[in-house]
Write a protein that binds this ligand. Sequence first.
Ligand SMILES: Nc1ncnc2c1ncn2[C@@H]1O[C@H](COP(=O)(O)OP(=O)(O)OP(=O)(O)O)[C@@H](O)[C@H]1O
Ligand SMILES: [Mg+2]
Ligand SMILES: [Zn+2]
Length: 542
Amino acid sequence: MYQVLYRKWRPKIFDDVAGQPQVTVTLKNELQSGRINHAYLFTGSRGTGKTSCAKIMAKALNCLSPKEGNPCGECELCRGIDDGSVMDIAEIDAASNNSVENVRSIIEEASFNPAKAKYRVYIIDEVHMLSVGAFNALLKTLEEPPAHVVFILATTEVHKIPATILSRCQRFDFHRITPEAIAQRLRFVAEQEGLTLEENAALLIASVSDGAMRDALSLLDRCAGTDKNITVSVVQNTAGLTGHDYLFSITDGIIRKDTGSILAIIEQLYHESKDMGRLCYELIEHFRNLMMIKTLNKTTTLLTFSDEEKTKMKKQADTLTLENILYATDILQSGYDKISRGMNKRTEMELSLIKLTAPELEVSVSALLDRISVLERAVKRGISVNVSQVSETDNDNINPESPSLPSAENQPQENQRNIPRPMGTTMDYDEIVKNAVLMKDWSEVLKVLKTHSITMATAFKNTKAYISGDYILIDSDNELTFKRLKQPEERERMRKAVLEVTGRVYRLGPYKKSGKQSTQQKDAMTELLNTARNSGIKVQEE
Ligand SMILES: Nc1ncnc2c1ncn2[C@@H]1O[C@H](COP(=O)(O)OP(=O)(O)OP(=O)(O)O)[C@@H](O)[C@H]1O
Ligand SMILES: [Mg+2]
Ligand SMILES: [Zn+2]
């Protein structure tokens, strides 16, 4: 009969246990020196070797010829324990035996001397499932255990164990196993099984198993079922790791602050029956990967991804700041928590993503950090932004004589406390208009503007804007709109909104399609540009 790999390859001695030296070395030393405790608690995440070590321990305690703390595996007792004929060793699943009666019968039995073995060993697995009464019954025995009894309690959920129990046990924490240690064990098992396992395929299995050896061995098993020659692509297909384009698209949408396109992707995934909780989890992982690339600046650990995907990730990581990434992770994580608590999955997923495209909706510290990082990006581009300056909205020192057109961006008298002036080359107005392209983010700018001033947002409601070099040209049929921009505070607010959305400081001006442009406006514009040129402001050539 076929035995699944993880059962077949359960470690038989401490030396076979991968990646838990803090447990195995200590236990071996204690066994060798005869310092035996009466209660051990093995905790840690699933599939990391708790039950395996408890079984090894039971044998090592009783083995007739132990080798450096390991059971020999061959003596009468080792074999008897393996085939279950030695009744002194009991494995109890607390999940199904959690009552006071269950524990009482164990305790009663424990008082008898062992029949064959040196120690009666009780392995209580999933011990956190015991009822309160059962814990209390167990506690009495743990306080005064008979000399020949050893309890080994195992659990993934140590926080559910009463402190009174904890304090009577020697505790061992099983760690998530490193990908390297898992891969090494996988290669060993593969070799024994006559499978070919590529180096990177082993690492890939290890990295998707999240530190759990059981999961790794089951995946190896499934891969072997498809192909005896296990390559990276066999693993990718078996583990369903292909086709994650949507993660990249959603992230691009977040970068562009393009709520519409993100909601469209969600809509589509939803109709393809994609689980929204799963999607949220994948996005968290995606941002985690971006953070790793950002901080470690390497993609070699990203085994699950093709080279093409790695290049894309690198690009996304470069575009985002660490604060952006942390902020996104934070928002997605709380979205995920809500989804896990049973909230409407789709709504929560959408809400989280909207928050990410419009951080101005959030007033949390992380949202503010995210907004600051936008400003910092601006600084990196050579624009001197001082956050406290940016937060100023009153421009009491603005020169009332500032130029007459709203496009005036280079008033020499403009005070230091304002949004910094854009830098770059100055161009002819015709030239600017010729190169202007419709600004997609304009609606976002207006949304941000609304958070600063509702009346202003209303005045600009049906406007469009065009980008050309360092300029944003605003198109409106209403002259009053431009009048507003003549007000220093209003112009300041507009520039700030633009900065928040684009991360850049732009010059603002009116958009007049060529031909339609009046000479008066053209003159005013030229005059403005001249003012700027003559103002002594350093105009940088890019
Ligand atoms: N550290 C390890 N070294 C080698 N193999 C391991 C290790 N941990 C787990 N395994 C493999 O995974 C299987 C399950 O391990 P085990 O039952 O010991 O895990 P566990 O920690 O008790 O998990 P759970 O919390 O789910 O009960 C074993 O049969 C073995 O094949
Ligand atoms: Mg177990
Ligand atoms: Zn033995």
